[in-house]
Design a protein around this ligand. Structure first.
Ligand code: SF4
Length: 294
């Protein structure tokens, strides 16, 4: 499929976005474990630019509920299309991989499953419980979809007691129809607020991409609304166009601008902020959590 976006001239990647991917022994071991346990990662499916770094450090973000999404966000490289029933053995295999990789901090995310009556929340809960059972000391962060605004689905995840619940706003409200058709900005803000209503002890986290055409005022307003929803952990990263059929990059922010946004967000009231061109919502998630704990 070609698109208008594909026809537009692409901005040239600035030098700070070019990086080599190391592939040492740990990187290969992570691959082996993922293959043995037949698991997907968002690192691979979303073509994350940090895959080399994260796999080399022995970490990855598990993608549960399949490798196909029922939505078609215009920024995301994860495939969409026909989906199968949840793999009931997957939670056990995720826990096995966590143990084999020796992870102390685990991030689990999923494709969006609007086809399932519970949005996949039960599968999230089973995965959390399996990890806890097998690796009791592991801390678990879940990066959840919006469950179409279902409080019941969200409660199912909250009751499994993950250590962090992450849900990304991704972008500012004006750009939602273009960037996240099928999602709702205010629905996402409400989800974060609802987590705190269900369990004030579970910290929430959210992330936005920059470079999609948002203005600084719009970004600041989104941060303000996250704070109002009691979200205190934030990630900000550069949007990168995964293919010609995805939205083009409107602007590349230099690393200094990310540092400034980090300072702004901390001054506004966020407790932990990861901000940089390559930051993604699960990037160094364990470190961010540990600093929050201190
Ligand atoms: S930043 Fe997250 S998604 Fe990207 S490679 Fe690292 S763990 Fe995977």
């Amino acid at each position: 499929m070609s698109s208008d976006h594909g026809q537009r001239s692409r901005l040239r990647k600035p030098p700070w976005l070019k990086r080599r991917i190391p592939a040492g022994a740990t990187y290969r071991e992570v691959h082996r474990i993922l293959q043995r346990c037949t698991l997907h990662t968002v690192c691979q499916e979303a073509h994350c630019p940090n895959q080399g770094e994260c796999f080399s450090q022995g970490t990855a973000t598990f993608l549960i509920l399949g490798d196909r999404c029922t939505r078609n966000c215009r920024f995301c490289a994860v495939a969409h299309g026909p989906v199968g029933p949840p793999d009931i053995d997957e939670p056990r295999r995720v826990a096995e991989a966590v143990q084999s990789m020796g992870l102390r901090f685990v991030v689990v995310t999923s494709v969006t499953r609007d086809d399932l009556p519970d949005g996949g929340s039960g599968h999230f809960a089973r995965t959390i419980r399996e990890i806890r059972r097998r690796v009791p000391k592991a801390r678990i962060e879940v990066l959840v979809p919006d469950f179409q605004g279902s409080n019941r689905a969200l409660r199912t995840v909250v009751e499994a007691r993950p250590d962090v619940i992450n849900h990304n706003l991704e972008t500012v409200p004006r750009l939602y129809p273009k960037v996240r058709p099928g999602a709702g900005y205010h629905r996402s803000v409400r989800l974060l607020k609802q987590v705190r209503g269900f369990s004030p002890h579970i910290p929430t986290k959210s992330g936005l991409m920059v470079g999609l055409g948002e203005s600084p005022e719009e970004l600041r307003q989104a941060l303000f609304e996250l704070l109002e929803a009691e979200c205190r952990m934030l990630t900000l990263g550069q949007y990168l166009q995964p293919s010609r059929d995805h939205l083009p990059v409107e602007r590349f922010l230099p690393p200094e601008a990310f540092e400034q946004w980090r300072e702004v967000a901390l001054e506004m009231g966020f407790r932990e902020v990861a901000s940089g061109p390559f930051v993604r919502s699960s990037y160094r998630a364990g470190e961010l959590y540990e600093t929050l704990e201190r």
